[in-house]
Design a binder for this molecule. Structure first.
Ligand SMILES: Nc1ncnc2c1ncn2[C@@H]1O[C@H](COP(=O)(O)OP(=O)(O)O)[C@@H](O)[C@H]1O
Ligand SMILES: N[C@@H](CCC(=O)OP(=O)(O)O)C(=O)O
Length: 373
């Protein structure tokens, strides 16, 4: 249960490692102070900021005296452990100088896939915000490994935005926004100012990370944007190093890329957990008519529209729904296990009921448990 009504004016800001470190690869304390100043300024305007900060590995390398970023997981986790302590020290101390408490929140993918863990994280964040603290979030790198990592903090920030029902998600990057191609290799690339829909052409524009310290690149930011467009939460990418760029982004100013609009309808919290925080156990391919019915009419997914089933899943698992072109249409809770859905594909419900009597009138995924992308 949520302990309180949804809090308004919550802003989630994510800052990447490449923005937090100086040219020599060590933490840039002056930049961290200027970032904290902006969080405090936003609080003064009535916003409730949440900071998702990368930089633990980079800060840990400095603390542990390593010149190069290690490549093996235990060494990276040791760096993250030492570095997370350093980061929290700096944020807590700088925020305290403004009379503002700070709460450290470390999450793994496993924590938010688990519904109880997801709700606990939400309650903690809500309480911190209600009490006037600034939550500082990072992935819990010391225990996250292999399939349970968020992969990049851009997606962690998107999940946190759904947890707190953010008014906006701002990614403070090492670049002004999304360009028509990676400007580090295409100097003529142009800034894309507004995106309402992520199609294959846009995905083709997004490359990986341009720096050795950043991990996600633009492709990771687009995955976060796709999730938040489905959620109805606007997202901004701007340059973290431009003076006051966070405050500007929140006020709708400055050079930036905006995804979605503030007036977009918000999705229900449970659907966001299903479609964004959870992990898909399999994939269901649907025909064009079915994809269209889900997208434009808010229909449930019926076995008659199913063309293919991949992966092994149980009733109650989350699955991805893809169209004939392979594009993600939706994610939802399946009411059929993979074997039953494979047997029922292409068939109307009255025919399905002849060999699966308990499925009479049961859609493969009910629309109340389906997040449309
Ligand atoms: N289409 C694109 N537009 C802008 N940047 C892009 C694009 N494709 C790839 N990139 C790269 O993504 C980088 C930003 O992502 P990343 O390295 O993860 O940094 P950060 O973690 O600081 O946000 C840019 O510096 C750029 O090199
Ligand atoms: N959790 C890791 C950061 C992972 C990450 O996504 O980094 P970045 O691409 O710099 O946002 C750390 O704190 O070093």
């Amino acid at each position: 249960m949520r302990h309180s009504e949804e809090l308004d004016r919550v802003i989630v800001a994510k800052v990447g490692s490449s923005t937090l470190v100086g040219p020599d690869g060590s933490l840039d304390y002056a930049y961290l102070s200027s970032l904290v100043d902006q969080l405090v300024e936003l609080k003064g305007m009535g916003f409730r900021p949440v900071l998702v900060s990368s930089g633990a590995v980079a800060a840990g390398m400095e603390r542990l005296g390593l010149a190069e970023r290690p490549s093996d997981i235990p060494a990276l986790q040791a760096c993250a452990s030492a570095g997370q302590a350093a980061l929290t020290e700096v944020y807590a101390e700088r925020l305290a100088a403004h009379g503002c408490p700070c709460g450290q929140v470390l999450l793994t993918r496993r924590d938010v896939v688990d519904r109880r863990g997801y709700l606990n994280a939400r309650n903690t964040l809500d309480y911190l915000l209600e009490l006037g603290a600034v939550p500082v979030v990072n992935e819990n790198d010391t225990v996250a490994a292999y399939e349970f990592v968020f992969g990049d903090n851009d997606m962690l920030g998107a999940i946190v935005s759904t947890l707190v029902g953010a008014e906006r998600y701002v990614i403070l990057s090492d670049i002004d926004g999304m360009f028509t191609a990676d400007p580090s290799t295409h100097p003529d690339a142009e800034l894309i100012e507004h995106v309402d829909r992520i199609d294959a052409d846009l995905v083709a524009c997004a490359g990986g990370a341009g720096s050795s310290v950043g991990t996600g690149g633009m492709a990771a930011k687009l995955r976060a944007a796709r999730a938040l467009l489905a959620a109805g939460i606007p997202m901004t990418i701007c340059h973290g190093r431009r003076p006051r760029s966070l405050v500007d982004a929140v006020l709708g100013r400055g050079r930036r890329t905006e995804f979605g609009s503030p007036g977009a309808p918000r999705e229900q919290a449970r659907k966001l957990w299903i479609g964004i925080a959870n992990r898909a156990a399999g994939t269901v391919g649907v025909d064009a008519g079915c994809a269209d019915a889900i997208r434009s009419q808010g229909a449930s997914l019926l076995p008659v529209g199913v063309r293919s089933v991949s992966g092994t899943f149980d009733e109650g698992d989350v699955v991805s729904v893809v169209g004939p072109d392979g594009a993600l249409v939706a994610r939802g809770v399946t009411r059929y296990c993979s074997a039953d859905l494979a047997k029922s594909r292409g068939l109307p419900l009255d025919v399905v009921a002849r060999f699966l009597p308990d499925k009479a009138d049961v859609p493969a995924i009910h629309r109340d448990e389906l997040l449309v992308f």
